[in-house]
Design a protein around this ligand. Structure first.
Ligand SMILES: Nc1ncnc2c1ncn2[C@@H]1O[C@H](COP(=O)(O)OP(=O)(O)OP(=O)(O)O)[C@@H](O)[C@H]1O
Ligand SMILES: Cc1ncc(CO)c(N)n1
Ligand SMILES: [Mg+2]
Length: 557
């Protein structure tokens, strides 16, 4: 990597750019710089890296082209719109997004406080860097603040054509701040619009492009879409986010032949900053995946509506227009979740609704009693409950577990874990693979996998699980036809496992001590079902078991 020759242009003020030299922040380790790359005809790369002179195991990586959107837009420091919205929208839609920055704005929820335009030569340089190397499928444009930048873009796209161009003709922010000088209108009309496979103006932008035409009704929007289409773009979406007195959010799509009025319920929220940038990026993302234009537009609108609905109550900033949450996650990440550790496995209580029914106990009561008796983790196991009821129960149990910092995991059901924001899941060998569960749940949730063999334990580790449950140790009534591994099988798995292990299957106060005594440091605890829940007092049984286990462990140490 020859980084020392890089030129760095400072654009602290628009006219001054001071060349200086950037030092590489990291020097690449010799092992990587000397890695050998072999390309076979089937496009599989086999990399053999050397560490400290010793060859490591060959690493097989299969190459796959990913859909790629390049956004050419301005930065919004408040990160609701502009480049930041584009990156989030593409990431949320599963598409890679590279960025050419045309301007840096000082912006927040109150408006735009400052704009610094990137010199057009440097915009050209960014475009060349990305387009010459990175197989861009679709270019999406946002803030293009100067005629020169529009020209630079036009030249770059001639040199490096892409499959589609989405043009969001950003001119004025919703706060009323000017993002492109009106003098640029002629350049938009003469150069930019021709490049567009779709043009996505809001009402004000459509009006400006059409010489100040009044746009107050859906009929006006249809008319505007047709006039704009005659200026060169292959299709037009006139966005009605700002349409006065409309109960629905209506956008008008016209492709030169057909009109489509796309309607969604108008979400009542102040958090609409960046809807336009997000919509255009999402259209670009869907086109990059191979969608037709109309499907891309429909999906993008649905995505914006969903994100607005989810984010309608979040509070960020004191201004009139707040950002929204592209990943539909912020509300849940209130910091109340419990981080799993192997020691939580010490006394692992697995619920059973049949036993609760038998003893006339609501699930919440059973869970509270188990925790008060010393259970260190709870797994909700519901084989028959309706999904909605299961989610409600999980939420109610989480309210009980959180103050005690006891993790609550859901058996089998990733959907229920996500919907209730539980602390993780426990999966059997025939449930969703742990690797898929990890991708769905993210890095912070706990995942446990039931394993009977060393191979399964190894796979669970490779797949990103946090612990394994090993058993059945003894025969059990809660799992019919379950083969037992016995204490020997348990020990074999524990000694091989890289993950902490909890023993499960037929364990109770009379046989728990020999389990903990097998002599495997990875065995962190025992899981129980009937031993605590099929009893008249869950709290008493759990307490007894807890003190027995604690005593056995302290004696062993
Ligand atoms: N309150 C709302 N509820 C539902 N959808 C909305 C709402 N506001 C805007 N939209 C939708 O969001 C998309 C963007 O439209 P809008 O007219 O807000 O763009 P814009 O003015 O360019 O946005 P920006 O603030 O990013 O510049 C459109 O599909 C529009 O229908
Ligand atoms: C940088 C930037 N681009 C686009 C918009 C339009 O929402 C904005 N407010 N800021
Ligand atoms: Mg806009």
């Amino acid at each position: 990597m020859a980084c020392s020759g890089l030129l760095f242009n400072s654009f602290v003020d628009n006219k001054c750019f001071r060349p200086c030299h950037l030092k590489p922040a990291v020097s690449y380790p010799r092992s990587l710089s000397t890695s050998r790359v072999y390309l076979t005809p089937s496009l599989r790369i086999s990399m053999s890296m050397e560490e400290n002179g010793a060859p490591t195991q060959g690493l097989e990586v299969s190459r796959k082209k990913v859909p790629h959107v390049l956004t050419v837009a301005g930065s919004d420091s408040g990160a609701g719109a502009g480049i930041q919205a584009d990156l989030k929208a593409c990431a949320a839609r599963g598409v890679y997004c590279s960025t050419v920055i045309t301007a840096v704005t000082a912006q927040n929820t109150a408006g735009v406080q400052g704009i610094n335009i990137v010199p057009d030569e440097f915009v050209a340089q960014q475009l060349k860097s990305v387009l010459s190397d990175m197989e861009v499928d679709v270019v999406k444009t946002g803030m293009l603040p100067s005629i020169e930048i529009v020209k630079v873009l036009q030249r770059s796209l001639k040199e490096f054509p892409v499959r589609a161009v989405v043009v969001d003709p950003v001119m004025v922010s919703t706060s009323g701040d000017v993002l492109a000088d009106p003098s640029i209108l002629s350049s938009f009309r003469e150069e930019l619009l021709m490049m567009a496979d779709i043009l996505t103006p809001n009402l004000k932008e459509a009006s400006n492009l059409l010489g100040g035409m009044r746009l107050e009704t859906v009929a006006d929007m249809r008319h505007a879409a047709k006039l704009l289409h005659s200026l060169g773009p292959r299709s037009v979406l006139v966005k009605g986010g700002d349409l006065p007195e409309s109960f629905d959010a209506v956008d008008v799509f016209f492709d030169g032949e057909e009109y489509h009025e796309l309607r969604s319920p108008r979400v009542k929220t102040r958090n609409t900053h960046g809807t336009g940038c997000t919509l255009a990026s999402c259209i670009a993302a869907e086109l990059a995946k191979g969608s037709s234009m109309l499907s891309a537009v429909k999906l993008a609108k649905r995505y914006v509506e969903t994100a607005l609905e989810y984010s309608k109550d979040i509070i960020l900033g004191n201004g009139a227009q707040g950002p929204f949450d592209h990943f539909l996650r912020l509300k849940h990440n209130s910091g109340t979740g419990v981080t799993f550790s192997g020691n939580d496995l010490f006394l692992y209580a697995v619920t059973d609704s049949g036993m609760n029914e038998k003893w006339g106990r609501p699930m919440e009561v059973a869970v509270k009693e188990a925790i008060e008796g010393g259970a260190s983790i709870i797994q909700l196991r519901e084989k028959t409950a309706e999904t909605r009821k299961f989610i409600e129960t999980a939420k109610a149990c989480l309210e009980i577990c959180r103050p005690y910092k006891v993790p609550l995991l859901i058996n089998d059901r990733i959907d229920v874990a996500l919907a209730s924001d539980a602390d993780g899941v426990h999966l059997g060998q025939s449930d969703t693979p742990a690797q898929v569960a990890r991708a769905l749940l993210g890095p912070e949730k706990a995942i446990g996998v039931s394993c009977k063999t060393v191979e399964q334990a190894h796979k669970a580790w490779l797949d990103g699980a946090d612990y394994i449950g090993c058993g059945g140790v003894y025969p059990t009534s809660t799992k019919a036809n379950n083969t037992t591994v016995g204490l020997d099988g348990l020990k074999t798995v524990c000694l091989a496992s890289k993950l902490p292990v909890v023993a499960i299957g037929g364990i109770n106060a009379s046989n728990a001590i020999p389990v903990l005594g097998i002599g495997a440091p990875n065995l962190k605890g025992v899981a129980v079902v009937s031993a605590v829940f099929d009893r008249s007092s869950v709290a008493t049984e759990t307490r007894n078991l807890h003190s027995m286990l604690t005593e056995a462990v302290s004696k062993a140490n």
